[in-house]
Design a protein around this ligand. Structure first.
Ligand code: MN
Ligand code: MN
Length: 293
């Protein structure tokens, strides 16, 4: 049984009290699988601090009041060790628990390694590679398709290789990519990944994404001018408005999501943490919009 470390805030709910139809917010304090810098393990707390800072309110752009919609079940208890199978299993079991309650998972990373264990649960529930399977919309500067990085197959640079090998989705659509190496381009062909490189963003039609959708947002997919607080700043990325419009225009249903790779040690006046909080709110409202009658 996966343990959750409870948090205290207005959305906080004990995991045992999670109700069907709620959006289950949970933190994943993992940065041991980061290849370059540590720091992302502190992101869940930094995002919650902005979410509840008093600077804004709890109503989203479409008018959704998030009170009673988001249930913050706390942080999954992890050891945060490199390549940890125990942490991998703890995350998958945590998402199984959320889905079994009839709730939808919304994860606060942590580095991007967390998306593979989340998809082990979500992908299996939605029939994985079947016709009704889940489509992953992945915003990132990087494809994260390395077979391994520095000998770690669970690296934050590899989650989508593991997801595709295991057949955990029907389609993988990567948006904002601008750093694909020759190896990663080969992997994209091998796994039939659909790539929307950053310069082609305006030609992408979100309405082309149909059926159950999982949204994974690596904050370095946005331009460093919008999101400086990441470990791998890569100029030439998407704007905040472009990503918000993408979320709003996805037909859905959005069955799960993650916001990953915030590195608070690199942030400037908490602006990336605030952005992560904003994306979290808008994702929650979008996820909830298809759950209510
Ligand atoms: Mn990235
Ligand atoms: Mn990534």
């Amino acid at each position: 049984m996966t343990k959750f470390r409870p948090v205290t805030n207005r959305f906080a709910v004990d995991i045992g009290a999670l109700q069907s139809g709620q959006i289950a917010l949970f933190g994943l304090g993992i940065d041991a699988n980061s290849s370059h810098l540590s720091g992302a393990a502190a992101a869940p707390g930094a995002i919650r601090a902005q979410l509840h800072s008093g600077s804004g309110n709890y109503t989203t752009e479409d008018g959704t009041d998030l009170d009673g919609v988001i249930a913050d079940v706390g942080d999954v208890a992890v050891a945060n060790n490199v390549g940890s199978i125990d942490d991998l299993d703890a995350i998958t079991t945590a998402v199984d628990t959320i889905l079994a309650a009839g709730a939808s998972p919304l994860a606060l990373g942590g580095d991007h390694s967390v998306t593979y264990p989340i998809l082990r649960s979500v992908g299996r529930k939605f029939g994985a590679a079947s016709a009704d399977g889940v489509t992953i919309v992945h915003v990132d500067a990087h494809p994260d398709l390395y077979d391994d990085l520095d000998g770690n197959p669970l690296s934050h640079a590899s989650p989508f290789a593991r997801i595709m090998e295991a057949g955990l989705c029907r389609r993988l659509v990567q948006i904002g990519i601008r750093t694909a190496t020759a190896h990663q381009r080969e992997q994209a062909v091998r796994f039939e990944v659909e790539t929307v490189e950053a310069p082609a963003f305006d030609s992408f039609d979100p309405a082309s994404i149909t059926g159950p959708t999982y949204v994974s947002i690596d904050l370095d997919g946005l331009d460093p001018s919008c999101a400086p607080g990441v470990s791998h700043q890569e100029p030439g990325g998407l704007t905040t408005r472009q990503v918000l419009n993408l979320i709003a225009e996805l037909p859905g249903p959005i069955v799960g999501a993650d916001v990953v790779e915030l590195n608070p040690t690199r942030d400037v006046v908490d602006m990336t943490a605030m952005l992560a909080g904003k994306l979290t709110k808008e994702l929650a409202a979008k996820m909830a919009s298809v759950l209510s009658p």
